[in-house]
Design a protein around this ligand. Structure first.
Ligand code: NAD
Length: 420
């Protein structure tokens, strides 16, 4: 059987042939690609999505190839403005074959916060709230009977004392309502339940209800992604493992290491219509959970292979949010063959671990600028007016000159057009 995601030489093809291969690999009918034609989002729909709309803003939509996630061949949809992310993740995914990326995830549990202020005795409030926890959970479950019937919905209740001493807010306690949101990101669901419970929670605590909203530190909704890259060169293995340890030792490096992970994660989130700000906020807060900012993924040399592991919160949904209205986001989910939030989190996490590996390998070996500049040069060549074959010729000359700048590109384009 033809591999669904191992599309050799995909990057060399024209857009038409790439589309043909993607349709063949995904089994989708051709008309579904209307969703990613320029102008596919009707202006009236855009106007209904946010406020003060005056137009639309486009980004390139691509698929990263070669991915195997939990044994399944996956085309990974990506929307991103930065060159080399799609190429780098496709390369890393090829290295990770045949085992590919293996994932596991916690249940998709989000945290809703109900803050209570002006409490005289926070210890008594905490005991009273814990005693009432089961009954509060029952109240919450009754509000979402369909989710509850499916074994999801409100699943836990915690209390945390935040301020003991009388300050501007008096004694402060926060109740956490843990909600299994299944295939929704869940912000609206969580917020609705927090609002519904707030009065009762405040009464039991003996204070005033204040904020009631989800937490974006979704540490109850984690995905773990592992992969193993056979690598014969002991120097490459050692260099990648050393680059990982650098990130483990230094928040300045860890931030850039994690940015490389988010290159892949965000590109998938954007393509699939997710709230990537929510995931970003959660990822960085989770990276700091020990009090020091740490890498979300680490790499080890096991003597014959590089073994990578990413753990991060990924609050995503395959129902709700922008998916109601955005045709390209729905197509992206179909291309990826993703029908649940858990599978989407697995694919986004795999993309993140792939871009992380690609960056570390490049940094640890040839230095990242060479590959990056080669791709950047193609963009500069196009912007300078190169089309067709000329793009590669101009890009090659730009890269060789080491001066990848628009002025230089315009000179080369003019010369090659005059003297082809
Ligand atoms: P939503 O409001 O569209 O609700 C999704 C609904 O889908 C659920 O309430 C449920 O009734 C229904 N549903 C159908 N099938 C389901 C299934 N299999 N599993 C779960 N639910 C199913 O979407 P949402 O996920 O509640 O909210 C996400 C939106 O909220 C995003 O657009 C986000 O940007 C926004 N938001 C985020 C924040 C934040 O992160 N701080 C705050 C407010 C709003």
């Amino acid at each position: 059987m033809r591999s669904r995601s191992r599309l050799t030489g995909f990057f060399r093809l024209g857009i038409g042939e790439r589309r043909r291969q993607v349709l063949e690999a995904s089994g989708l009918p051709e008309h579904r690609l209307a969703a990613i034609e320029p102008g596919a989002l009707p202006l009236e729909v855009a106007d209904g999505m946010i406020e003060n709309v005056i137009g639309e803003y486009s980004l390139p939509f691509a698929v990263a190839v070669n991915f195997v996630v939990d044994g399944a061949e996956v085309l990974v949809p990506m929307a991103i403005e930065e060159p080399s992310v799609v190429a780098a993740s496709s390369n890393a995914a090829r290295l990770a074959r045949p085992g590919g990326f293996i994932t596991e995830a916690t249940p998709p549990v989000m945290i809703g916060q109900i803050q209570v202020v002006g409490i005289d005795d926070v210890d008594r409030a905490a005991v009273a709230l814990r005693d009432a926890g089961a009954s509060l959970l029952e109240d919450a479950r009754r509000l979402v009977p369909r989710l509850t019937d499916r074994g999801a919905g409100p699943v836990g209740f915690d209390v945390r004392i935040l301020a003991r001493h009388p300050g501007p807010d008096g004694g402060v306690v926060v109740a956490h309502l843990n909600i299994d949101c299944r295939d929704a990101m869940g912000a609206n669901l969580v917020n609705t339940l927090c609002e519904a419970l707030a009065e009762r929670v405040a009464r039991i605590a003996g204070g005033r209800p204040a904020l009631r909203i989800l937490s974006n530190l979704t540490d109850g909704r984690l995905v773990t992604v592992r992969c193993r890259i056979e690598e014969n060169d002991p120097e490459v293995r050692a260099a990648v493992a050393s680059a990982s340890r650098f990130a483990e030792l230094d928040p300045y490096r860890a931030t850039t290491h994690n940015k490389g992970i988010m290159n892949g994660v965000d590109a998938v989130l954007l393509a699939t219509g997710q709230d990537w700000r929510a995931v970003e906020a959660g990822a960085h807060a989770y990276a700091s959970r020990t009090g020091t900012y740490r890498p979300l993924a680490i790499w080890r040399d096991d003597g014959t292979a590089l073994v990578g592991e990413l753990v991060m919160p990924l609050a995503v949904g395959t129902v709700g949010g922008a998916l109601h209205s955005h045709p390209a986001a729905r197509l992206a989910l179909e291309l990826a063959g993703v029908d649940s939030a858990g599978k989407l989190a697995a694919v986004a996490g795999a993309a993140g671990l792939a871009t992380n590996l690609a960056a570390l390998r490049a940094l640890a070996t040839e230095g990242i600028q060479r590959g990056h500049m080669a791709l950047h040069a193609r963009g500069i060549a196009r912007a300078a007016g190169a089309t067709g074959d000329l793009v590669d010729r101009v890009a090659a000359e730009l890269s060789a000159s080491g001066d990848v700048k628009p002025d230089r590109a315009r000179e080369i384009v003019a010369r090659l057009k005059e003297f082809p």
